[in-house]
Design a binder for this molecule. Structure first.
Ligand code: GRF
Length: 218
């Protein structure tokens, strides 16, 4: 099996990155994490990646100011130098230009802490609680120029509880993120996904039939 070469782009603590690194240690995993790039110097995730023996790079976005594409050209050079096949955004706090997204069309994933297309953007957990939704979750999707859009590869849901705070809800959603991101990358890297009319289809089987109903009436 030829493993796909994956770069993870981060800006912060890198817990999703860590979940991907851990999953990719399995012999039968179809991808290897060969590079972690941060746009913020000293991002917490860099140390985790280094401890796992993974090459890291910092391409700071700040010095480029508003010139997004100049930053991305430098980032792209770094990715090409490492022979990257697939890019995973994992808490990468930087809007990407259509140029960069175009370079990685169909080969770049993102994880978003909400059930897209609901709650694009920031503060998803606060907004979900304010709306009183009963089910919330996370989404792994292919990246397209429009933010938090693009074909959905996988979603995971949690029940929202009456006594939830944004922090408590975020923690349960984060657990789900750490499960679905490695699974979604497995699907994509093993060629089990295809995009038809902007929708991601998969040949993977095994979605459970049971519904998540919240709140449960006992
Ligand atoms: C996650 O909630 C992810 O969904 C969002 O940013 C956060 C990153 O957390 N895109 P971490 O750096 O992976 O811990």
């Amino acid at each position: 099996m030829t493993k796909r070469r994956v770069a993870i782009l981060i800006s912060g603590r890198g817990s999703n990155m860590a979940a991907l690194i851990e999953a990719a240690q399995a012999k039968d995993y179809p991808a290897e994490i060969v590079l972690v790039v941060s746009n913020i110097a000293g991002a917490g995730g860099l140390a985790i990646a280094q401890r796992a023996g993974i090459a890291t790079a910092t391409v700071e976005s700040k010095p480029f100011g508003k010139d997004r594409e100049a930053f991305e050209r430098k980032l792209q050079e770094t990715l090409l130098a490492h022979g990257i096949d697939l890019v995973c955004l994992a808490g990468f706090l930087r809007l990407l230009t259509p140029w960069f997204v175009g370079q990685w069309e169909g080969r770049m994933l993102n994880i978003h802490p909400a059930l897209l297309p609901s709650y694009r953007g920031l503060h998803t957990h606060e907004r979900a609680l304010a709306d009183g939704v009963k089910i919330h979750g996370a989404t792994v999707h292919f990246v397209v120029p429009e933010m938090d859009s693009g074909p959905i590869v996988m979603q995971g849901a949690v029940a929202v509880r009456d006594d939830d705070t944004p922090e408590r809800l975020a923690a349960r959603v984060l657990d789900v993120e750490h499960r679905i991101y490695p699974d979604a990358l497995r699907l994509v890297a093993s060629g089990q996904t295809r995009i038809e009319n902007g929708v991601c289809r998969t040949s993977a089987k095994g979605s459970p039939d049971d519904a998540l109903i919240a709140p449960a009436v006992i």
